[in-house]
Every structure is written in C-alpha cells, then in structure tokens.
Design a protein around this ligand. Structure first.
Ligand code: BDR
Ligand code: CA
Length: 320
C-alpha cells in the first residue's frame, strides 16, 4: 500500500449522535474510502437509524455511499434503545430534515457481503453498534473474512460498563452476536469504553464548529454540544464517542493496545454482556488445575492520545 491509498472502510452503525460524528469523520478524512454503511437497531429503532444515517451522509456531502437496513432486533434479546441519551429521533432531536433518498433495496448482510468482496483491497470493517448484523454476516457468508484486513469495533470495556456496572451497551444489547464477532478469525481491535469516554473535544472548539457556516462542520458542533457532559460551563465540551474508533483506523498510532484474550459473558445475571479481558501476566490456579482454554486474542485499546484524536477529527471535519 502506498501512503496515498485510502483505506477501504465499511461501517455498521446505529446512528446515534456519536455514530453520526463517526460518519462525518469517515466521509471527510482523506485516508478513508467509505464504501458502505449498514444499519442496525441499537440507539434507536432500525428505521430511525437508516433515516439518521442517510441524513448525516447528505449533510457530510457524501450522498452516494450505499446504505442498507439490517437487523431490527438482537439475536435473542429484545430491543432496548438508548433514546434517553440520543433523543427521541436517536440523533439529538436537532430537527434535521428527512433525507432525500432511501436505503438500498438489499438488506445489510447482502450489502456487507457485496461491498467487502468487491473491494479492491481488504477492507477494515468498523462496527459501532450492537453486533447483530455482523454476526448474521459471519454466519451467512463466512467467506467474507478473506477480504477483511481488520475489524475495529466500538464495544466492550476492560474496566467499568455503562449499560450495567460491567457491560458496555453495544455488547450488552446483543451478547451472542458479540461472541460470534470475537470468533471471526481476523485481526481485531477493541475500542472499548476505557478509551471511548476519554476523547472529549474542548468547549471552545465545539462553539467554533457550531458557529460555522459549512453544514457538515456545523452538524458536528451541534452533535458534540448535545453529547457534552452535564456541566454548567458556558461552552461545554463533547465526547467523540464512536468517532474515536474511526480515528483509530485512520491513525492507529494514537492508540495504545495490548493483544489480550477477550470473551463475552453470556450467562444470565449481573455479568451478562461483560467483556472479560484477561490482563494477568501468568496463568492462574484455574489454568494450572483445569488446563488452559483456547481464547480469541484481541488488540484491546488501553490508552489513547486524546489531543491527537481531537486534532485529527477537527482537521478532517473542518478542512484545512
Ligand atoms: C455505544 O453505545 C451507543 O450509545 C453509542 O453509539 C456507542 O456506540 C457506547 O456504549
Ligand atoms: Ca453507536
């Protein structure tokens, strides 16, 4: 790959305030070639996700990227939206106009298969939502992995969860699907809550974006302001959220990762949906007495250069 060749990327999302930020960044970063976007129920219902996704792509100036509707509920669980965070419309209730076009006339799994296999170089698949579409894809068309370079997913947590004390929303929403993802057999980066929550755009930058006249950058400002942590500051900052995972695709050096065993807790009860990340330096009594188990190794994000990703996001979205 030469330095000028953009990375072919396919995003699966539940737009979603921070998914919208991720789409804006992916469309505008010159190192990313956004080839398709698929939608899944999560932050809001899947039809709302499709509408929000199409609207954001139009605002971002990328109306032609194919978008497909995917799963309307998890494999086993019921739909459990996050509208209390993302607003009634799932995208901050900003009063945005309906999109001019509709989704592709194929479902998400079909579009994913088509775009992954048709890409001129192996793609980076970026799930930013419950992993239902990805699990269905892997079970229906396992051959797609031959043209996937890496999966960079937002999900899970090494330390504290958000949906429960230990489970992160995307994994908690569809734990079985997340467990299937982890067995995909391709290199994988977990951009979990541990880094997700750190990358916050300062209030002054959010205010500048909001005051601008370019529609995509202004939308980024509005979304960041909505997402901002509860504060009485006059100019609140806002988290990049899912957009940080796309920053990690464009600039992996901004992330500190460690290759670690990861598994999802599927048992009913308080640990359901937890990503169990084994950070031990040596085998424990369990392995000594019962023997080791084969476990998936994942590049788990443990640290992030916040300033670097904020700068990267702003320069892509605002332009030079
Ligand atoms: C994840 O859940 C959703 O609310 C966000 O869009 C993000 O993908 C964080 O837990
Ligand atoms: Ca999301």
């Amino acid at each position: 790959m030469t330095i000028d060749e953009p990375i072919p990327v396919v995003i699966d999302c539940d737009t979603g305030i921070d998914d919208a930020l991720a789409l804006l960044f992916a469309v505008r970063h010159p190192g990313i070639d956004l080839r398709a976007v698929t939608c899944v129920a999560g932050n809001t219902d899947v039809d709302g996700v499709v509408r929000n996704t199409l609207t954001v792509l139009e605002r971002a100036g990328a109306p032609a990227v194919p978008v497909a509707r995917g799963a309307e509920r998890p494999l086993i669980e019921a739909v459990r939206t996050a509208r209390h965070v993302h607003g009634r419309d799932g995208m901050g209730d900003l009063g945005l106009p309906a999109p001019a076009r509709t989704a592709a006339d194929v479902d998400a799994v079909t579009l994913l298969r088509r775009e992954i296999l048709a890409a001129p170089r192996p793609v980076t698949l970026v799930p930013l939502a419950p992993l239902t579409n990805i699990a269905l894809l892997l079970r229906t068309h396992p051959e797609v992995t031959r043209n996937i370079e890496r999966i960079v997913f937002m999900g899970g947590a090494v330390a504290t969860g958000n949906a429960t004390p230990v489970a992160e929303f995307n994994v908690w929403h569809d734990p079985e699907a997340a467990a299937i993802l982890l067995t995909a057999g391709v290199p994988m980066t977990m951009y979990g809550l541990d880094v997700f929550q750190q990358v916050v755009v300062p209030g002054a930058d959010v205010a500048r974006l909001r005051a601008g006249s370019e529609p995509g950058a202004r939308l980024a400002g509005e979304l960041l302001a909505h997402r901002g942590p509860a504060t009485d500051e006059a100019e609140p900052g806002g988290g990049l959220g899912d957009a940080g995972a796309v920053c990690a695709v464009a600039d992996p050096a901004g992330l500190t990762t460690q290759l670690l065993p990861v598994e999802v807790s599927l048992a009913p009860g308080p640990a359901r949906g937890q990503t169990i990340v084994d950070r031990r330096a040596r085998p424990g009594e369990s392995e000594i007495h019962q023997g080791g188990r084969e476990q998936t190794l994942v590049d788990v994000a443990l640290g992030v250069d916040v300033e670097r990703y904020v700068k990267l996001f702003l320069s892509a979205v605002e332009g030079p």
